[in-house]
Design a binder for this molecule. Sequence first.
Ligand SMILES: [Zn+2]
Length: 417
Amino acid sequence: MRIRILVSALLFAFSQVEAADQLIRLPSTQEMEAVTKGKLDKLPTQEEAKERAKEHPPASAASVPASASASMHASVPASASAKSEAAASQHGEAKTAPETKPVAESKPAVKFEPASPKASASVSASASAHASGSAKAKAKATDEDELDAEQIAARISKKLEELRKQRLANFSKAPKKKKVSHKSTKDAHAGKVHNHWGYAGEEGPEHWGKLNPAWAACETGTRQSPIDIREGIRVELERISFDYKSTRFNVLDNGHTIQVNMGVGNAITLSGRTYELVQFHFHRPSEERINGKSFPMVAHFVHKDAQNRLAVVALLIDEGANNDVVQTVWNNLPLEKNDPLIAQVALDIEKILPARRDYYTYMGSLTTPPCSEGVLWLVMKEPIQMSAAQMAIFSRLYPMNARPIQNVSGRMIKESN
Ligand SMILES: [Zn+2]
């Protein structure tokens, strides 16, 4: 009888412990977290896609929401890399799911182990919990009245020992997985951080190359933009043929600048190549310098040819007369970041071009992460103008959004005679 009580007491204790262990084990939050972080993992690509969209968005301007939501990524896997990333992530999730089950019991214990001494309790508790199952079965099969308390205790402790060993064995397997999930968690966290960049502090231009491996060119590239344009080779440069017309547009505040996404139909032609205007945006002060001189602002007109080669026309901006094109853009500033405002009027962008069309040209890069190179830069020599009031509007939003000048590294600069 005494034994029976002892056994049921033990079994009760085990079942309680098991229940507790189940509670501790509930992996749902962690799994959710992993899933969420898995999504965050995708973000670099999303950001990349966003940047790509920014610098070479699709023809339809309205489809460039540059939203930071992860869902957008799923719905717009624009690039092959985005797809593979998504696939990789899915793989990761899929991998997590089946693996979670077999190591589920060790996983929480591992997780909780460093957190508190309860962990080890939970380890043995959980082991005991499993002992309870077999002990229970055995207890039923045997005439427990014939066993004395010592025998039962010995049997239980033996079983416990076995289970501890088993659990330890699981642990040694688990760290591998744990490390992986920890790493991915870390990466996801890092990825989250690294998807943000700015113009000052830890996310400033001097850190861009380290913030995200995809942005390494920002640090290691040798043909980066902007540059201080000086000592260009004066030649008779081919005229840039501008085919700009009145076009519908939307205005996006992407968190780094005000960007005007243009409808189709505007292009430049140079060296037999036609580049379609995709968008233009502003920097304050000008990113490029001419013989050391910077300008209050600059507008970058981003064009892309059929082979996705980029050509950016830079219009330096001086303070002066009111600018009608800029005013139309400012009239349509969106209220929220990453939520483009579709203008109900057209933009006659030809009017923004300077009268003189001579220019400097060199090969450079995007001036924002990922700092991709191979960009043909066409910097118009004659600055355009914008009124002080119009500049003030921009500087309220972006007082400083210019990347510092980069090394020329012996690059050829040509300029119109
Ligand atoms: Zn720019």
